[in-house]
Write a protein that binds this ligand. Structure first.
Ligand SMILES: [Zn+2]
Length: 123
């Protein structure tokens, strides 16, 4: 289920464009404009998170997500770098432009994205 919100992203999640809390995807309102390529990619990014969450019964996704983020911070990474290097984000950013990715994706595929693909600030 997909929602949009201006307030959430203007007031609370100012640096984000979307958030996924299974079974919901909430996108920054302006991103929905005109079914653009940018929007399809963003939606695909969030759909990959939906799959990751379902595979981990949602709760374990959040536990691991927090664990990886905190571990990255302890390794000295900045907030944004620590976020980028969470394995779930690595997979989503690496594959968000492949709109057919989820059709062939294997179970727990997020474990295999070791590299930072650096697409977050490319826009
Ligand atoms: Zn993400």
């Amino acid at each position: 289920m997909i929602f949009t919100s201006k307030i959430l992203f203007n007031k609370v999640l100012r640096h984000y464009t979307g958030i996924t809390v299974w079974p919901f995807v909430i996108l920054r309102d302006t991103e929905q404009e005109s079914g653009s390529e940018r929007y399809r990619v963003l939606l695909n990014h969030e759909r990959i998170h939906l799959r990751q969450q379902a595979e981990l019964l949602v709760i374990f996704f959040y536990i691991l997500y927090a664990f990886y983020y905190i571990r990255n911070r302890f390794r000295g990474l900045s907030h944004w770098k620590a976020y980028q290097e969470i394995p779930f984000e690595r997979e989503s950013y690496a594959k968000e432009r492949d709109l057919n990715y989820l059709k062939t994706r294997k179970f727990w595929q997020w474990r295999f994205f070791k590299k930072n693909y650096g697409k977050i600030f490319d826009e």
